[in-house]
Write a protein that binds this ligand. Structure first.
Ligand code: ZN
Length: 304
């Protein structure tokens, strides 16, 4: 059972995979037709039986197709939320709080210092920078699944109707999102050659952050490197990555959202995984709520 398509949650090579139809499609796009032996699509809210255990999927608000998975047996219900967020995101179904006995939460940004700002305000910074530096190509780094499409959609929602240029690594997933009814507007390949030196002046180019370390990126006109990630709150990270314009846009809960979610669901126990377990476990204990860290081995973070 797989919550969503990021590589720290979804891997190829399983025998049977149960996931939302969109997550299965995304796994096929990323890992190829033979990503598993057999697959089963789950609708949100559908009640399934897996070997005598009741299983249901609910939206997680993280990326397209992302789900929380509820498993229930003998009156005990556990919800694994995968990655999730509570903020508005036009590119996926919103998080749905699900009553349960045990709530398994991520804690990517599980420290009180993490407060994510309004994403539209961050996009406004990008658009102001383009006004200020109309000749410079603005290269926006965004992870290829979820973040890139959300950033593109936010740029559209902030009124930018010119073409947005995308790195080839984003093409298939952007096409998939568009095919699922997520309007991304006029997207064009960010292919640069000597015949079109002015094409990218003042243009927005979106690509995976790794691509901006490439020679490809230096061919643009006075490239201005931006990066959309929750980690851009940490000034040092932006500086180290050579990011001139950090945009704090996250597909994970910040600290207040984590607390709000746990209070709203009011489980009798919390298990904390994927990130800063200790602070959230401690907070739960101070509320009189039993909690423990789940240390997963071998799964590195993707798409924060
Ligand atoms: Zn994720």
């Amino acid at each position: 059972m797989i919550t969503h398509g990021h590589s720290d949650h979804a891997r190829a090579g399983h025998r049977h995979v149960l996931a939302t139809r969109q997550t299965l499609d995304i796994m096929r796009i990323r890992y190829g037709e033979d990503f598993c032996e057999s697959e089963q699509g789950a609708e949100f809210g559908e009640v399934l039986d897996v070997g005598g255990v009741t299983v249901s999927f609910f939206p997680a608000g993280h990326v397209l197709g992302s789900a929380q998975i509820a498993v229930e047996k003998d009156g005990l219900r556990i919800v694994a939320s995968g990655d999730y967020k509570r903020g508005v995101d036009a590119t996926c179904a919103p998080f749905e709080p699900v009553k349960c006995d045990v709530f398994i939460t991520e804690a990517t940004f599980g420290l009180p210092v993490f407060h994510h700002p309004e994403p539209r305000g961050e996009i406004a910074k990008l658009l102001r920078s383009i006004e200020q530096f109309p000749d410079r190509t603005h290269l926006v780094g965004a992870y290829s699944l979820g973040k890139a499409q959300r950033v593109i959609r936010l740029i559209r929602d902030c009124g930018w109707d010119k073409p947005i240029y995308i790195h080839g690594a984003l093409a298939k997933l952007c096409d998939y999102y568009a095919g699922q009814g997520i309007e991304l507007g006029d997207l064009r390949p960010a292919t640069i050659d000597k015949s079109t030196p002015d094409l990218f002046k003042g243009a927005i180019v979106v690509g995976p952050p790794s691509a901006f370390q490439d020679r490809w990126a230096r061919r643009f006109n006075e490239p201005l490197i931006s990066f959309a990630s929750g980690w851009m709150m940490v000034r040092q990270r932006a500086k180290q990555g050579g990011v001139e314009l950090p945009l704090v846009i996250s597909d994970h809960c910040d600290w207040p959202e984590l607390l709000e979610t746990i209070k709203e669901i009011a489980p009798s126990e919390v298990w904390v995984t994927h990130g800063r377990e200790e602070a959230l476990v401690r907070w739960c204990e101070l509320q009189g709520l039993p909690a423990k860290p789940l240390h997963l081995v071998g799964y590195e973070d993707e798409g924060d």
